[in-house]
Design a protein around this ligand. Structure first.
Ligand code: ADP
Ligand code: ZN
Ligand code: ZN
Length: 737
């Protein structure tokens, strides 16, 4: 096909691993003015077709016009992405150096990626027609199923959800038949449920305290324009009440609110509070939903019917028809950073999105990330603080338990056991925190010192005693228990170290009359098991609660008056420069679970390093004091948030090959850009995982642009001469390594 040089082309993001877009001729029969950015197109690619995303109509093609092919079809009447959405995705692809088409694709739910139509199939509900409402039930004497359904509909304040029909009849089938008959006879009709659920009863807002009011006023003054706010307040200080009031105002203006939480497990309680307070359609969006539900929520928000969307990190890309506000709860949480594939930070994308859409963003936390604290110092964020706890609860008291040369029973010191006993005698609940699941982190031979290790990872196998299994926590490897030492043949194999399962057993032995519950990934595997355990805690059936970091997140335990942290040291001695920050956040977050009722809480921390300066600082000056000290150290070392980082990762069956690949990257780039410092290549902290070797190469710079220029450069070379033997990835602003 030949075209004239002046003919226009459509620029399309095609979901393949390429760092650019592709040009096509406009599809036949479609006017240029109808080709708007954000439309989905079907385009030929290689010898198949793909769903691509229109970026722009361009004057001049980037490649040889003679080779251009026409796009096959436009899939949407109207673009699903606004121009701002398109810009945001382009920015994200550029900033994280991820292939453009893949970024666009990841912003869509699977059904839309596949090219299915963007029609919302909204959940249906059954409601009575006026004729049905006026009907005399005895008319249905001989149709008991219809009569029963009619009675149910009369009693229902809202359309009755189709999904609950089965509850009304003797069987699902009978209920469906009855519904069909009622509709045929003109007594009932199907209507769309706005958001698939009956609205909950609306509660009036609480009278806000002075600090809450100031926070709400500050954010409200920014509705309709960009502003970033860091809402700082301990657990229970009333941050959620601030979100709720701000959202209420946003919704009253006819706008939408996007609310992000770091984990699925935090959605139910926030969803409940939103539904009680906000009189507008709401949907949740996370990976726990099926694709139909995800698509419905995505389209509902995109079209503006859903006014409040509550979701995890992927929700940050869901288009909004009338953007009003973005709220990010627990902003310090590392789960906001995606750890594979497109490694974006939902927090940072949210800030950019708010800025592009010209709306406020509120990021809340009891323990803000050092990045956000730094942004406050630089005047980029406005700090709003809620100093006192709302209601009557008071701050917990901290105490260090020096366990050097003390006898421990399965990780519990005598002082801690005594405190547990006392708390139980006073009728309180106890929360114990140990960030290590399983029975023991290792199995060792008492005869020769052999330790059970994963064959495919540089890691010890973890003993899970109840199931009599050895498991690797880094790959899927799992083994039965060896009857004797494979090295010396002796039968004296012993657990080494302490995991939650072991402490659980000890607690049951020490407190046989008391209900103990364990919350970790092993004990909460079933779909509702976490909810069930939490229920037993709230009912007071469980008096000792033991768990991993799952416990540190969001849950409220008003009856807990004693918190014990079994091992605070692990985090303060680590190669990860963020470990201290993370540990301090964990301690404060776990402590925040205590004393939410009227009783004050006590927090006991077991340590072998009671003089550690950061620990001392945390206990003396609280999290803000700790953060100030830690920021000073980061500044001295030119670490984030004072410098910028990126991490190249490479993995291969052969460590040398991965190292060579990274060494070459460094060689080709070094010297070109004096503002960038290189560290490595070096084997990853755990070099071998699942049978593959991993190496990494750090890039550091005081100047973000310099760092990014270097990455762009390296990626261009990799596109030219692709590396086939090593699997590599790039992580911008890495948080975990
Ligand atoms: P956070 O989100 O900071 O943990 P919440 O908003 O959940 O705090 O508030 C903690 C508790 O205090 C909740 O039970 C909430 O209903 C109550 N609360 C919050 N603000 C007020 C207020 N102004 N007056 C009375 N109770 C409040
Ligand atoms: Zn042995
Ligand atoms: Zn393994």
């Amino acid at each position: 096909m030949t075209i004239s040089r002046t003919e226009k082309v459509v620029r399309v993001a095609v979901p393949i691993p390429a760092y650019r877009c592709f040009d096509y001729l406009p599809p036949s029969g479609v006017g240029l003015s109808d080709l708007l950015p954000g439309l989905r197109l079907r385009v030929p690619f290689g010898n198949r077709t793909r769903v691509g995303y229109l970026i722009a109509v361009a004057e001049t093609p980037e490649c040889d016009v003679a080779r251009l092919r026409p796009a096959e079809a436009v899939l949407d009447d109207k673009p699903l992405l606004s121009e701002t959405d398109v810009k945001l995705l382009q920015w994200a692809a550029r900033y994280y150096h991820h292939p453009l088409g893949e970024v666009f694709q990841l912003a869509f739910p699977v059904h839309l990626r596949e090219g299915r139509s963007a029609e919302v199939t909204r959940p249906q509900g059954l409601t009575l027609t006026p004729a049905g409402a006026a009907l005399d039930p005895p008319v249905l004497k001989r149709a008991p199923a219809q009569r029963m359904l009619l009675e149910t509909l009369r009693g229902a304040e809202y359309p009755f959800p189709a999904s609950r029909l089965a509850e009304t009849g003797s069987s699902a089938r009978a209920a469906q038949d009855a519904a069909r008959r009622l509709v045929e006879r003109g007594w009932a009709e199907w209507v769309d449920l706005p958001d698939g659920r009956i609205p909950a009863a609306i509660r009036p807002p609480l009278p806000l305290n002075v600090a809450q009011r100031a926070a709400v006023d500050a954010v409200s003054a920014h509705l309709g324009r960009y502003g970033a706010f860091l809402l700082e307040g301990v657990t229970g200080s009333g941050k959620t009440e601030v979100y709720l009031e701000v959202i209420r105002r946003v919704v009253a203006r006819g706008e939408q609110a996007l609310v992000l939480v770091p984990e699925i497990s935090l959605t139910p309680q926030l969803e409940q509070r939103l539904r009680e307070r906000i009189e507008a359609p709401l949907a949740v969006f996370h990976s726990g939903l099926n694709e139909t539900e995800r698509t419905a929520a995505w389209l509902g928000f995109q079209q503006g019917d859903i006014r409040v969307l509550l979701g995890t990190r992927s929700a940050v890309f869901v288009p909004m028809r009338r953007p009003g506000i973005i709220i990010l709860d627990e902003e310090h949480d590392r789960s906001f950073k995606q750890q594979e594939g497109f490694r974006f930070s939902a927090r940072d994308v949210a800030v950019m999105r708010a800025r592009m859409a010209d709306i406020p963003l509120v990021a809340g936390s009891a323990t803000p990330s050092l990045e956000s604290i730094r942004n406050v110092q630089r005047g980029r964020y406005v700090r709003l603080s809620l100093p006192a706890r709302a209601g009557v609860a008071v701050e917990p008291r901290y105490r260090l338990l020096d366990i050097r040369s003390r006898r421990l029973q399965e990780g519990l010191s005598e002082a801690l056991i005594a405190a547990i006993r006392e708390t139980l005698a006073e009728g309180g609940q106890v929360l114990l925190f140990l960030n290590r699941r399983g029975f023991a982190p290792a199995l060792i031979c008492h005869g020769c010192g052999w330790v059970a290790q994963c064959r495919r990872c540089d890691a010890n196998l973890v003993l899970h005693a109840r199931e009599a299994r050895l498991r690797c926590h880094h790959c899927a490897a799992e083994h039965g228990l060896p009857p004797r030492c494979p090295s010396c043949g002796q039968e004296d194999l012993r657990p080494l170290g302490i995991g939650t399962e072991r402490v659980d057993q000890a607690l049951q032995r020490l407190f046989p009359e008391i209900g103990v519950a364990r919350i970790d990934r092993d004990s909460t595997r079933g779909r509702h098991s976490l909810a069930r355990i939490l229920e037993r805690v709230h009912q007071g059936e469980v008096r000792i609660l033991l768990g991993t970091q799952m416990l540190a997140k969001g849950h409220h335990f008003p009856g807990v008056t004693l918190v014990g942290i079994l091992d605070v040291d692990a985090g303060f001695y680590s190669t990860d420069f963020r470990a201290a920050e993370h540990t301090a956040q964990l301690i404060v977050q776990v402590a925040g679970r205590a004393g939410r009722g009227e009783k004050p809480g006590t927090v006991l921390l077991q340590t072998r390093h009671p003089d550690h300066p950061l620990l001392q600082r945390l206990l003396r000056d609280g999290y803000p004091g700790f953060a100030a000290a830690e920021l000073a150290e980061r500044e001295a070392a030119c670490l984030p948030p004072f410098g910028y980082q990126a991490l190249w990762r490479a993995e291969s069956k052969d460590l040398g090959r991965a190292m060579d690949f990274l060494a070459r990257l460094r060689e080709e780039a070094e010297g070109k850009n004096g503002a960038v410092h290189w560290l490595g290549p070096a084997p990853a902290p755990m070099p071998r995982q699942a049978g593959r070797y991993r190496a990494q190469l750090w890039l550091k710079s005081a100047r973000r642009e310099a760092l990014h220029a270097s990455l762009t450069d390296a990626l261009a070379r990799l596109q030219e001469t692709p590396e086939r033997r090593v699997r590599w990835s790039l992580d911008v602003d890495p948080v975990d390594f």
